[in-house]
Write a protein that binds this ligand. Structure first.
Ligand code: NAG
Ligand code: NAG
Ligand code: NAG
Ligand code: NAG
Ligand code: NAG
Ligand code: NAG
Ligand code: NAG
Ligand code: NAG
Ligand code: ZN
Length: 316
């Protein structure tokens, strides 16, 4: 009987384990690297929204996340396109890839389709100083990729999106160091990072050749598993207009490629500092939701109950 209880406990534990924007505002002189303009001062520099009550990023407390059966799978349109990534840009604050029109997301509990505008990255200083914006149960990852999307009905009109509390949808993907001693992996990230040498200075853009798709960059991530909350842009003016989706699984990238971000691009010209530690501090908690237990977990749970009832029956 004790073996049975152990088995039941094991099955239930396994089940439990399986359960579970960047818009630079014109005229606001903000930064990450100086005490006068870094995020300690954004609430003063840009008080209208940065001092609001629905600010991002947040720490995601996985225990506190409530389930929501409306958080269905997404449909990713043209994420497989190898020509959708048009230009790579050094903004002085991040590295940004502008996307061609026709890339879209829908489903995922969103009220309508959203058109993907760009993606950009947040990082620390190599994998040893992690720089994701969101944290999960206090854990900060080396990097975070943000895909910024606008409600398709606004036809790219940002003014309208910024006036709508769900005008933008951001997808957040954590980037983690690949285990082992791999270098130059995965190939999609080797290709993307190879162009960082062409945008070492602020304001430089590089026209990307065709070759890598968003699907290629999001390699290995089960995009059906995510957290959802309502938040803001993580840079001034911090507009509170963002439906956030933070995916649970990470993109695994080799250390050498992660290091290239903090070693290659400068905040201004080549005599200026390198772009490092480009993430905003954690903001107060928001209600977070996630998917209901998957059918696999339900099966798992039923199996646990079956084993339990069998064990009880045998002992009657
Ligand atoms: C931010 O808001 C709080 C309360 O809403 C207020 O006490 C504080 O003075 C504001 N800070 C700034 C810099 O505006
Ligand atoms: C996480 O959420 C749980 C359940 O609501 C709570 O007991 C715990 O204190 C929270 N942890 C933190 C760090 O906020
Ligand atoms: C799911 O969506 C329905 C219909 O829009 C809504 O009535 C319900 O409150 C939603 N459930 C949750 C948990 O938000
Ligand atoms: C996806 O891209 C193709 C080729 O660029 C384009 O013809 C198509 O309209 C796009 N799909 C959507 C939904 O925009
Ligand atoms: C965007 O929408 C605003 C508000 O509806 C409108 O005033 C403005 O002309 C639009 N901009 C463009 C470029 O269409
Ligand atoms: C990684 O390289 C180190 C030093 O060369 C070696 O000791 C270690 O076994 C390697 N690890 C793996 C997983 O290959
Ligand atoms: C990109 O940078 C590399 C390395 O500096 C250089 O060899 C290459 O010519 C550049 N390509 C373009 C199109 O500027
Ligand atoms: C940025 O670099 C440009 C070109 O070298 C230089 O003219 C400008 O003064 C620099 N700006 C700052 C704030 O250092
Ligand atoms: Zn961002």
């Amino acid at each position: 009987m004790s073996k049975m209880i152990l088995l039941v406990a094991l099955v239930l534990t396994l089940c439990a384990l399986t359960l579970r924007v960047d818009c630079a505002a014109a005229g606001i002189d903000w930064c990450y690297h100086l005490p006068t303009c870094n995020d300690n001062n954004w609430a003063t520099i840009a008080p209208k929204y940065c001092n609001g009550s629905r600010q991002s990023p947040i720490n995601i407390n996985t225990t506190a996340a409530k389930t929501d059966e409306n958080l269905t799978e997404f449909t990713f349109t043209n994420f497989s396109s190898t020509t959708a990534q048009e230009t790579l840009e050094n903004t002085g604050k991040t590295v940004k890839v502008n996307l061609a029109s026709g890339v879209q997301i829908s489903g995922g509990g969103l009220s309508e389709a959203y058109s993907s505008l760009q993606f950009h990255l947040h990082w620390g200083n190599g994998p040893s100083i992690p720089g994701s914006e969101h944290t999960v149960d206090g854990k900060r990852y080396p990097m975070e990729l943000h895909i910024v999307n606008i409600k398709s009905s606004y036809n790219g009109n940002l003014t309208q999106a910024l006036a709508d509390s769900t005008g933008l949808a951001a997808l957040g993907f954590f980037i983690e160091e690949m285990s082992g001693n791999a270098t130059g992996e995965p190939a999609s990230w080797k290709t993307l990072t190879s162009y960082l040498a062409n945008i070492t200075n602020k304001g430089q853009t590089f026209t990307l050749p065709s070759g890598i798709s968003l699907d290629d960059l999001l390699v290995g991530v089960n995009r059906a598993k995510y957290y959802r909350y309502l938040g803001s842009l993580t840079t001034p003016a911090c507009n509170e207009v963002v439906v956030w989706t933070v995916f649970k699984e990470t993109i695994k990238v080799s250390k050498d490629l992660i290091d290239l971000f903090s070693n290659t691009v400068h905040i201004n010209d080549s005599s200026s500092a390198l772009i490092t530690n480009v993430f905003r501090q954690i903001q107060p908690d928001q209600p977070v939701t996630t998917q209901a237990a998957s059918s696999a977990s339900t099966t798992c749970y039923s199996m646990g109950l079956m084993v339990l009832s069998f064990a009880l029956w045998k002992n009657l």
